[in-house]
Design a protein around this ligand. Structure first.
Ligand code: HEC
Length: 157
């Protein structure tokens, strides 16, 4: 009986994977449920970041075509898991890891590092225990300044 249940579970996993491919979803590492991520983004993030990730000119930074650049500068990966919009949202670690990985792939595919290690629930759980407070503005400015350096370094022979 137990074996049958296991076999059935395996079949379901394969089917679920197939559905994603059929729906034309590009491969997103660490995103086991893109539909859930899309809904979570709508409910928890787009009020500030806008549906297209474009943000606004006043207080909410755009994520579109830029957010994955944080992954390439030292400290950026941790920053993404600790900004208050991410770390304090009322989603469990599994859903939040799924959502953050999805957000990066969806809004900034071009800057995704080839060797991207998806956020796991464990890592997210660890990072969100230390939400950033007022120090986040100077920290963000330092990381963004690093984007330019990173580009110069990559371009230099
Ligand atoms: C109340 C508005 C608000 C909500 C809701 C919000 N954010 Fe943010 N987010 C911000 C602001 C403002 C920043 C810039 C850093 C800071 O000051 O917190 C930011 C920064 C970020 C960053 C770092 C990139 C950068 O440019 O600083 C990521 C990634 C991010 N948010 C993702 C999310 C996700 C995912 C959600 C939904 C779970 C979310 N945010 C919800 C306002 C918000």
């Amino acid at each position: 009986m137990k074996r049958l249940a296991l076999a059935l579970a395996a079949v379901l996993v394969v089917l679920a994977a197939g559905v994603g491919v059929e729906a034309g979803e590009p491969e997103m590492r660490g995103v086991s449920n893109p539909q859930q991520a899309r809904i979570d983004y709508m409910l928890k993030c787009q009020g500030c970041h806008r549906p297209d990730g474009g943000g606004d000119d006043r207080s909410n930074p755009p994520m579109k075509n830029v957010v994955a650049r944080f992954l390439k500068v030292p400290g950026g990966r941790e920053f993404l898991g600790r900004v208050p919009g991410v770390s304090t949202v009322d989603l469990d670690d599994v859903r939040l890891a799924n959502l953050l990985n999805w957000t990066l792939y969806t809004y900034d595919p071009a800057h995704m590092p080839a060797d991207f290690r998806p956020y796991t629930a464990q890592e997210i759980g660890r990072l969100r225990r230390h939400p950033l407070r007022l120090e986040r503005a100077p920290m963000r400015a330092r990381l963004v300044a690093g984007f330019e350096q990173e580009r110069t370094q990559t371009q230099s022979p």
